[in-house]
Design a protein around this ligand. Structure first.
Ligand code: SAM
Length: 262
C-alpha cells in the first residue's frame, strides 16, 4: 500500500493528547492507525496495554521493530473498519486516518457507548472536528454534530497546526475528546434527524415534506394536515436552529402524529 499519511512530530501535542486521556497503568488503550509508532510509544509508557491497529504492513513492521522492548503493545495488522475492536479496551487514543473519519467515529461511538467509564481522545482534520463541535445556528451544525452530541459530550482539547506533522499537510488539525453518554441510542431518532438534516436550511415543515419518502407517513396531503396542527413557532423554524433536546421533543411529537414510527 502506498503511504500518503502524515505523521505527528510534535512532542508537546503528543503530551497534550496523552494528558487529556488521563492515562494510568489500569488503562487498556486502542490506537487506530499507529503509523510509525511514535505516539504508540508515548501512550504505552503510561498504560497497562496498547492495541495498535495499522493497515500498512511496512509501517507496522518498522514500528514493531522500533518498539520491540515495549512488551505491552499488541500490534494488529488490519483495517480498523473491518475488525471488531478488542473487548477489554477502555480508552481510544489516536491520530486517526482522516480518510475514514466519519465511519470510524461512528464505530468508536457505538463501541464506547456500551462501556462504562470509557472515552476517546482523537485527532481529526480541523474542519471535521469543527462539525463535530458545531452548535445550532452555525453553518457547520450538521447531522455529524447531532450524532456526536446526542451520544457524547464533545470537547475540544487543542488546535494543531499543520507544522506539527511531517510531511507538512495542507490542512490543520484538532484534538477532540469524546465522552460517551452511555445512552440507549434511538435509531429512529437518528433516522429522523438524518432525513430532515438533508434540508437543514429549510423550515421543519418543508424539511419533513421534502423527506417524506423516509417518514412512516408519506402521503403529502396527510402529512400537511398533521403538520398544520402543530405550533407555528417550531414548525416554521429552520432545521439547523434546533438544539438536540428540541429535536428529541419534535421526534416524540412525530411519533404521536404517526409521522414517524418508534
Ligand atoms: N499514529 C501516527 C501518528 O500519530 O503520526 C500515524 C497517524 S496517520 C494520520 C494515520 C495512520 O493510519 C497511517 O499510518 C495509516 O497507514 C493508517 N491507516 C489508514 N487507514 C487505516 C485503516 N482503515 N485502518 C487502520 N489503519 C489505517
Amino acid at each position: 500500500m502506498r503511504n500518503t499519511q502524515v505523521f505527528l512530530r510534535d512532542i508537546n501535542i503528543m503530551n497534550k493528547i496523552v494528558d487529556s486521556a488521563e492515562l494510568s497503568k489500569k488503562d487498556i488503550v486502542l490506537e487506530i492507525g499507529s503509523g510509525d509508532g511514535r505516539l504508540t510509544k508515548v501512550i504505552a509508557e503510561k498504560v497497562k496495554k496498547v492495541y495498535a491497529i495499522e493497515i500498512d504492513l511496512n509501517l507496522l513492521d518498522s514500528s514493531k521493530m522500533a518498539l520491540k522492548d515495549m512488551k505491552n503493545v499488541e500490534f494488529i495488522n488490519a483495517d480498523a473498519l473491518e475488525i471488531n475492536f478488542p473487548d477489554d479496551v477502555n480508552k481510544i487514543v489516536s491520530n486517526l486516518p482522516y480518510s475514514i473519519s466519519s465511519p470510524v467515529t461512528t464505530k468508536i461511538i457505538y463501541f464506547l457507548n456500551k462501556r462504562a467509564g470509557s472515552f476517546a481522545v482523537l485527532m481529526y482534520q480541523k474542519e471535521f472536528g469543527e462539525r463535530m463541535l458545531a452548535i445550532p445556528g452555525i453553518r457547520d451544525y450538521s447531522m455529524l454534530s447531532v450524532f456526536c452530541q446526542y451520544t457524547c459530550e464533545v470537547k475540544k482539547i487543542t488546535n494543531v497546526s499543520k507544522g506539527c506533522f511531517r510531511p507538512t499537510p495542507s490542512v490543520d488539525s484538532v484534538v477532540i475528546k469524546l465522552l460517551p453518554k452511555h445512552i440507549d441510542i434511538d435509531e429512529g431518532f437518528l433516522d429522523f434527524c438524518r432525513a430532515i438534516f438533508q434540508h437543514k436550511k429549510k423550515n421543519l415543515y418543508s424539511a419533513i415534506l421534502d423527506s417524506r419518502g423516509k417518514m412512516a407517513l408519506h402521503t403529502k396531503s396527510e402529512l400537511k394536515e398533521k403538520l398544520e396542527t402543530l405550533d407555528d413557532s417550531f414548525i416554521k423554524e429552520k432545521v439547523f436552529l434546533f438544539e438536540i433536546e428540541e429535536l428529541l421533543n419534535i421526534y416524540k411529537e412525530m411519533i404521536k402524529l404517526g409521522i414517524c414510527q418508534k
